[in-house]
Design a protein. Structure first.
Length: 159
């Protein structure tokens, strides 16, 4: 079976940039479509990141920071997606152009990537940078592997 629907979790990182390039290349070759999914963290979920031993003021600061940072993160992810789609357009007008859609949904990575991943034929997630601490790319890859019900995924490298 040739995958027609390719899901790519997008965080704005180098890992998601590599995954986008891989997905768009495969979509062009297979006449498929790419769905770029950016997960906007619900500010209320930021409360769970704070431990029970912190004050109400600290929890309020965490929620406020998450609320204020969400539009910037979405803008970075959208710009990355648009740039990747533009770069994937072939110079020859006779060649096929991959279909691509950007979605920004509010929720948790595990829930949304798992849900959208079950509907996709393929999930392309970037390999998290081994030199960094646990981050959103790790969550995206983990959700693709464990929450989508898919047996395996293709991983793009950053270099």
């Amino acid at each position: 079976m040739i995958p027609k629907s390719i899901l790519v979790p997008i965080s704005g990182s180098n890992a998601s940039q590599a995954a986008l390039a891989t997905a768009l290349s495969r979509a062009r070759a297979w006449h498929g479509r790419v769905i770029g999914l950016h997960v906007k963290v619900d500010p209320r979920d930021a409360i769970y990141m704070a431990s029970e031993a912190v004050s109400v003021q600290v929890v309020e600061q965490v929620v406020k920071a998450a609320t204020e940072d969400a539009p910037r993160r979405e803008s970075v992810a959208r710009s990355q997606f648009d740039a990747a789609v533009a770069a994937a357009r072939p110079a020859d007008p006779g060649m096929s152009v991959p279909s691509a859609t950007f979605l920004a949904e509010t929720g948790t990575e595990t829930d949304l990537i798992g849900s959208f991943g079950r509907a996709a034929d393929l999930i392309v997630a970037g390999r998290p940078d081994p030199g960094r601490t646990f981050d959103r790319d790790d969550l995206a890859l983990e959700a693709a592997l464990f929450d989508s019900g898919r047996a395996g995924q293709r991983r793009a490298t950053t270099g």
